[in-house]
Design a protein around this ligand. Structure first.
Ligand code: URP
Ligand code: ZN
Ligand code: ZN
Length: 469
């Protein structure tokens, strides 16, 4: 008896992290059930002739509706954030359930589920952010949460309301080792930043561009080196998030050359922006305030090398959606406030894939297989979602993006679907865009239109991190 498919995607060129081949994709009950030439007709059909079919992106670092402590508010919630992601070819997002100091981690997770409930159009998992590793958190809450499918968490070496000291970092890393979780670390030297910031403020140097002076690459390098050393002492894998350039990369590459399981993530802002973008007229530079800050063109070249040579395993957006012209956004302390009072972070969940595809694959800097690995397969593996997510294989969820590789798009904020009032990439031209996006076999985006209902996205429990990359 011939197999009946709910949907057949016919005639496309499929790329995974390992292969590129021509095949039809048969989909039943939301999963890929066949990959072969000339599959029989499905109930529905999509003609992908001349198109590239890729795994839907996995954006493993984005912030939606995350509570803040300075009066600012994130502009994207679990409705607009995942929708924007889907329009950019991403089918799984992993934002952060952030513990406030003094709060139980369980309460933070419960609160974040309430924020997400019934809103997301694509599937989502949570990372945790551990800011208060009390005996209760380390002894009960975190081990229990890891077993329930929250198998990765971020810790900080900077920001007074988030940072851990070295002893706390060691305790948390030791727990990650015991329980089989993956620690993600934001590495910048807090005291050095505080000292530099104070000096800049005393000198009246508070314009947005001085954010980059207050957070130099050396401060990132030192904290990266320290974090790697602590992970080496504990003997546990660790991933360094949003790495900005060569200084920190050298520490990571050195650790990896010694055989340490140190993984690294970078983001679009570190290949496309520089510190000069913080020096726009008036307060406009605030649009590009993020931490670590974008560096210089030599750093961009280093990051490209790291994307190509395997120093980086993951390319995420670090979408942190603060509106520019808004008293709950970048202007929370008013137009022209000191850089110290500007919420950190820039948007990019919708533009992540097209920017890397166009600048990376299109310009020959990375291979198509590497693009898939960085944007989908590796994050799915590291965060325990593979092979359900992040690849095209029989048995995997039919999370797919069908790309028109020759389509030229000029990025404008008007055409994006996030709730932020700017994009750092306004006017940038890209070649290649994901035109049809499917989540578990259901068309979510087609020809610039949302075809699926918000709330259909499912929460994903993550399995054990696969650190054999
Ligand atoms: O400046 C940034 N990166 N903001 C988002 C939060 C974080 O540290 O990733
Ligand atoms: Zn961070
Ligand atoms: Zn972030």
């Amino acid at each position: 008896m011939t197999q009946q498919f709910d949907l057949v995607i016919r005639g496309g060129t499929i790329a995974t992290a390992a292969d590129i081949f021509e095949a039809d994709i048969g989909i039943s009950d939301g999963r890929i059930t066949a990959l072969a030439a000339d599959l029989p007709r499905g109930t529905d059909e999509i003609d992908a002739t001349g198109k590239l079919v890729l795994p839907g992106g996995v954006d493993a670092h984005c912030h939606f509706d995350q509570p803040t402590s300075d009066g600012s508010k994130m502009a994207d919630d679990f409705d607009s954030g995942p929708r924007s992601a889907a329009f950019g070819g991403t089918t799984t997002v992993i934002p952060f359930a952030c513990q406030q100091k003094g709060q139980s981690l369980r309460a933070a997770v419960d609160d974040y589920h309430r924020r997400a409930e019934g809103k997301s159009v694509i599937d989502y998992a949570f990372h945790l952010i551990v800011t208060d590793p009390t005996p209760q958190v380390l002894g009960q809450e975190l081990p229990a949460l890891i077993r329930e499918g929250y198998t990765s968490f971020k810790i900080y070496t900077t920001y007074d309301d988030l940072k851990l000291n070295d002893r706390e970092i060691i305790e948390v890393l030791a727990l990650a080792k015991r329980e089989g979780a993956l620690t993600m670390i934001h590495a910048e030297n807090s005291d050095a930043i505080a000292w530099l910031t104070e000096a800049l403020e005393k000198a009246g140097q508070t314009a947005p561009r001085h954010h980059a002076d207050a957070r130099p690459a050396i401060a990132e390098r030192e904290a990266t080196h320290r974090a790697i050393s602590l992970a080496e002492i504990v003997d546990v894998p660790m991933l360094v998030v949003h790495v900005s350039g060569g200084e920190a990369m050298e520490q990571i590459a050195h650790a990896r050359s010694k055989g340490l399981k140190v993984f690294a993530e970078t983001c679009p802002q570190y290949i496309l922006l520089t510190a000069d973008d913080l020096n726009l007229d008036g307060f406009e530079g605030a649009k590009h305030i993020c931490s670590p800050p974008p560096r210089d063109s030599a750093s961009q070249r280093s990051v490209w090398r790291g994307l190509a040579n395997g120093t980086f395993q993951v390319f995420s957006s670090d979408h942190a959606p603060f509106r520019f012209d808004d008293p709950q956004g970048k202007k929370v302390r008013g137009d022209g406030a000191s850089f110290t009072h500007v919420p950190n972070g820039i948007p990019g969940v919708e533009t992540r894939l097209a920017l890397l595809f166009s600048e990376g694959v299109g310009k020959g800097r990375i291979s198509l297989n590497r693009f898939v690995a960085l944007t989908a397969t590796n994050p799915a593996r590291l965060y325990g979602l593979y092979p359900r997510k992040g690849t095209i294989a029989v048995g995997a969820d039919a999370d797919l993006a069908i790309w028109n590789t020759t389509r030229e798009v000029t990025i404008t904020n008007d055409a994006l679907h996030h709730n932020v009032d700017y994009t750092p990439y306004e006017g940038r031209r890209v070649t290649g865009w994901p035109e049809t996006v499917l989540s578990r076999g259901e068309v979510v985006v087609q020809g610039g239109t949302l075809e699926a209902k918000p709330g259909r996205g499912a929460f994903l429990e993550c399995g054990a991190p696969d650190t054999q990359l």
